[in-house]
Design a protein around this ligand. Sequence first.
Ligand SMILES: [Zn+2]
Ligand SMILES: [Zn+2]
Length: 252
Amino acid sequence: MNYAVWLFAISLVSLLGERLWPWRRQSILRTGFFSDLAYIVFNSHYLGMLLALAAQQLFRLYDPTGRLSLGLMRGVPAWIQFPAVLLIFDLFQWCIHNLLHRVPVLWRFHKVHHSVTEMDWLGDWRFHWGEVVVYRTLLYVPTAVLGFDLAVLFYYGILATVAGHYAHANTRLSIGYARYLFNSPQMHIWHHCHPDSGPVNRNFGITLSVWDWIFGTAYLPQAGQPRKLGFEDIEAYPTALPGQWLEPFKRR
Ligand SMILES: [Zn+2]
Ligand SMILES: [Zn+2]
């Protein structure tokens, strides 16, 4: 089954889950719905794959004999490779996500994702292509050096999509104690918290939440959720794709 079918099925299940076990009262056609649908063409789901191929070619040009590839995963069974890729990639992404919030020029690009004011599964589609370039290029380094199987990377990608859609979903469905290992809507909504509604720079986890618990950036109150999402002056931020694309390049 190719990725497009997986993405459609995961999106459909997310939509159904939100209808069956809703958390906030919110319309399917919430603010930015159609603009976020348009992001499919340019966000991590497809652009990410193209960038991975481009990074592969660049890596080959730089290292034509493959001497930088340690090939540590060559011949290792998939059931060992899969948890290895999950832990290594997720820690890498947790670090990159921290940088996206703390380095001003990177935050300009990541702000696009944080401009979602009514969160649902489709919020997992709104990413500036500049951010996707940063993630995919940096993630290609462990991929090339360790040499994971393509099939393992593909199924890791499926798991990451499931986790990403779930973490953004407007659903009260909980994963119980697994929340200390995996990201969840109850944690990720606080990552999108407006500074007026609660703490900022918490819950950087992508697929896993475990790094936030280990490094002290986890925030998960017993109940409730932020009154408002976003960042300072979000009212002046563009609400549709073209404006959101141009925003990071504007002169301050
Ligand atoms: Zn973020
Ligand atoms: Zn998010």
